[in-house]
Design a protein around this ligand. Structure first.
Ligand code: RIB
Length: 298
């Protein structure tokens, strides 16, 4: 049996407060919803949990509040066997995401970052320096970019692979891009990044010399190799109930698979299958397959 990859996720951990309704209200309108849930979220924590469920040895590097939500997130890390010694306890409240999901499973999310914005580059760099056997570092955009850049810089010095999911999209610094091995936006983030929709031409010219993947929701994903060649990755057709956290599910499972020695195409195919499964259930982390379910999807 191959050794589990050691993955560090530098990123957000939040509590998701989700309302489900057939139709979402317009400004000034009041409607009834069907269900309210409180669930574990934050793009960073979601990616960490998915990588751990798939079998990686995961370290979370982040910041949570000294409050009930923070305590609950810490307990979740313990339950998921994620090392949280580098999760700082901040004086700011734990981050929350207010999520609305409509009858088609599409969501709208409003994030209040709180503690997620209260950790600095030194904290992240020191954490990444100290993790034994590190193979991959994952980042997103729900924590300050200076933090992700510092973490990735140390990761590269250590010979680890860096994977950036630019979500939610913000302009990326040249410093961060220079230390990013894999850039994995969704189609909306791709368009925000280069100002053009993904087509075979725009995809082939994306980040010459570097690896990227653009995720395309129910159309799968496209893998962009360093020479600009494109490989379409098909996904399983499913009845979507809630797409929240599906992108994070892709990142966590892709990182696990790549870190376990799979080639990029096989890793992306695996990640598409796992992410498709996740949209058939409600919530972010609550929708991810268990280890037993993953073995049926592998
Ligand atoms: O990607 C989904 C996540 O985005 C949710 O869990 C929510 O916390 C927001 O950060």
């Amino acid at each position: 049996m191959s050794k589990a990859p050691v993955i560090a996720v530098v990123g957000s951990a939040s509590m998701d407060l989700t309302c489900y309704a057939d139709v979402l209200p317009q400004a000034g309108q009041t409607l009834y919803g069907n269900l309210f849930t409180t669930g574990f979220g934050g793009k960073g924590a979601n990616q960490a949990v998915m990588a751990a469920l798939a079998g990686a040895d995961v370290y979370m590097v982040g910041s949570i509040g000294n409050d009930l939500f923070g305590k609950s997130l810490q307990e979740n890390f313990r339950n998921q066997k994620i090392n949280s010694e580098h999760v700082k306890i901040s004086d700011l409240p734990t981050g929350v995401a207010h999520i609305w999901v409509d009858g088609q499973g599409q969501n709208r999310i409003l994030i209040v970052p709180g503690a997620n914005h209260d950790f600095d580059a030194n904290h992240a760099a020191d954490a990444i320096k100290s993790i034994p056997g590190l193979s991959i570092v994952i980042g997103q955009c729900e924590v300050p970019q200076s933090v992700t850049t510092a973490a990735f810089t140390v990761a590269k010095e250590r010979g680890a692979l860096t994977i950036l999911n630019p979500a939610p999209y913000e302009d990326l610094s040249l410093e961060l891009l220079a230390v990013t091995d894999w850039l994995i936006p969704n189609e909306v983030e791709f368009e925000e990044f280069i100002g053009k929709a993904p087509t075979s031409e725009t995809l082939a010219q994306f980040r010459p010399g570097k690896n990227s993947i653009v995720t395309l929701g129910d159309k799968g994903a496209v893998l962009i190799s360093t020479d600009g060649s494109l490989t379409s990755i098909a996904t399983t057709k499913v009845q979507a109930v809630d797409s929240t956290g599906a992108g994070d599910c892709f990142i966590g499972s892709f990182s696990f698979s790549l870190g376990s020695g799979s080639d990029a195409q096989s890793a992306a195919e695996f990640a598409c299958r796992i992410a498709a499964f996740s949209v058939t259930r409600k919530g972010a982390q609550s929708s991810y397959p268990s280890a037993a379910e993953i073995s049926t999807l592998s």
